[in-house]
Design a protein around this ligand. Structure first.
Ligand code: HEM
Length: 140
């Protein structure tokens, strides 16, 4: 599935959720639906960033402009002097100098991996990725 398909999926989900919100009086259900919308917004912001990085990758404006396989990413685990990288929604970020990722770990997570689902469940809607240095994309 490519980024545009993911964007359309999120937009369709949001439209369905809004339809449900019109007919839901139960505040607990409404909160769940609103959280779902927030997750869609977070996904879309990351996907838009992905498209922007795609455009800039083409013009190789990113420091390395690299495309990573999961095996290549695993080598950037922050050990033995290697930088610490993580992937979120197809974008690879450098967390080597991020205090919250000290020792190349973060709340049980280790660098060198795709942490898309953990990011969505722990930081949905938080403007964190914009602070991180992008170093490339995951190979599709
Ligand atoms: C297991 C899921 C996660 C939990 C429980 C979690 C929890 C937290 C907490 C409590 C903080 C604030 C701590 C501090 O300031 O030292 C934080 C910060 C941060 N987290 Fe996570 N996190 C999770 C997953 C992730 C993932 C997957 C990423 C991937 C990029 C990430 C990136 C960050 C960054 C960059 C910060 C620093 C934010 C800043 O400086 O404003 N976290 N996280």
């Amino acid at each position: 599935m490519n980024d545009r398909d993911r964007i359309n999926d999120n937009l369709n989900e949001m439209s369905d959720t809004i339809d449900c919100l019109y007919t839901t009086a139960n505040s607990c259900v409404r909160n769940k639906l609103l959280n779902h919308l927030r997750r869609n917004v977070s996904n879309l912001s990351m996907l838009v960033q992905g498209l922007q990085i795609g455009e800039s990758t083409n013009s190789s404006q990113i420091s390395t402009g690299r495309l990573f396989t999961p095996d290549e990413l695993a080598g950037y685990n922050g050990k033995n002097g290697n930088p610490a990288y993580v992937a979120v929604n197809g974008i690879v970020y450098d967390v080597s100098n991020v205090a919250a990722w000290g020792g190349a770990t973060h709340f049980g997570l280790a660098a060198g991996a795709d942490v898309t689902s953990q990011f969505a469940s722990c930081h949905a809607g938080q403007p964190i990725l914009g602070k991180l240095k992008m170093v490339g994309k995951m190979k599709e």
